[in-house]
Ligand binder design. Structure first.
Ligand SMILES: NC(=O)c1ccc[n+]([C@@H]2O[C@H](COP(=O)([O-])OP(=O)(O)OC[C@H]3O[C@@H](n4cnc5c(N)ncnc54)[C@H](OP(=O)(O)O)[C@@H]3O)[C@@H](O)[C@H]2O)c1
Length: 283
């Protein structure tokens, strides 16, 4: 039987990334972060997802330090916030992030949202930061197909990951297909839709059939689609349960049943609006 630690994806730049990791949005308390990271690491998680916007890079840095694991044994992702986009501001902000994380480099650096005002210069900064060794890989988040196509007109390197909202209510099949054809790994944020589909009858029936929970069925659906996942929990039992996905398989019929729950139900911002307004939250 395989475990969470056996499942790595190869990115288009040749680097490897764990298919499953731990999300940390809203984990800002030091004791809670240290405990979550310790529990996750012992469970076999090797990827931790943070962002400048989450304001938890400092507590994550302290938690990583107290873990005491060798640097090549964990994979850290952070994201540049809209307010820090632009060529030099992006570079300065990543240096600040690294200071907070107490690291020399991150494994994956993402543009958190596409914004038109600094679209190309931010990416140029990302390409240069990769060359300078501040990050091993570069990618984006919340980009639609049009943003990815636009980026290609001036980029030297393509993003290797696009981290987007994905769950049964928003299966993103068209975007997944585009990613597959262009060597981009899809990483799902809110893979559990923050618990929204716990009582969905179709999911409950599939879960019962496999003697698993609804959350485990949803996470397994992502994995079987080749999607990377970063479920967040601050509770050890859930951190463990969310990694207990590697001893069962959904049939094609079950995968289709889940795909049919799609309602284009976005919980986050519409990327087009963020692109147009240059910020996620309008004043
Ligand atoms: N790129 C972006 O724009 C973006 C946007 C949003 C999020 N993200 C990233 O994606 C990560 C995951 O997304 P998310 O935190 O929004 O949502 P999520 O992972 O879908 O759901 C997390 C919520 O579900 C609960 N939960 C976790 N496991 C559960 C289980 N097995 N059964 C029942 N409830 C469970 C957690 O509660 P407890 O903690 O109380 O267990 C938490 O409230 C974030 O933490 C962040 O790192 C990125």
């Amino acid at each position: 039987m395989t475990t969470i630690q056996d499942h790595w994806l190869t990115l288009a730049d040749g680097n490897k990334m764990p298919q499953e990791g731990l999300g940390t949005y809203k984990l800002t308390d030091q004791a809670a972060m240290t405990q979550a990271l310790q529990g996750a690491y012992e469970t076999g998680y090797r990827l931790i997802d943070t962002a400048q916007l989450y304001e938890n890079e400092t507590v994550l840095g302290n938690a990583i330090k107290s873990l005491g694991a060798p640097r090549d044994q964990y994979f850290i992702t952070t994201k540049v916030a809209e307010k820090n986009q632009g060529y030099q501001t992006a570079i300065d902000s990543v240096k600040e992030s690294l200071k907070k994380l107490q690291l020399d480099y991150v494994d994956l650096l993402l543009v958190h949202w596409p914004i038109q005002s600094h679209f190309f210069e931010t990416w140029r900064a990302f390409e240069d930061m990769k060359k300078q060794g501040l990050t091993k890989s570069i990618g984006v988040s919340n980009f639609g197909i049009a943003h990815l196509e636009l980026l290609t007109t001036q980029a030297n390197e393509r993003p290797v990951v696009n981290q987007v909202e994905r769950h049964p209510g928003l299966n993103q099949l068209a975007l997944l297909n585009y990613h597959r054809n262009h060597g981009i790994i899809t990483q799902a944020w809110s893979p559990l839709a923050r618990g929204k589909y716990q009582d969905t009858p179709v999911l409950k029936a599939i879960a019962e059939h496999h003697h698993k929970s609804v959350a485990q069925v949803i996470l397994r659906w992502h994995l079987q689609d080749g999607v990377a996942i970063i479920p967040k929990s601050s509770h050890l039992e859930r951190i463990q349960a969310n990694a207990d996905l590697y001893d069962f398989e959904l049939s094609n019929a079950e995968m289709n049943q889940i795909n049919q729950l799609n309602r284009f139900a976005r919980t986050g911002r519409e990327p087009e609006l963020v692109f147009e307004n240059n910020e996620q939250y309008q004043r």
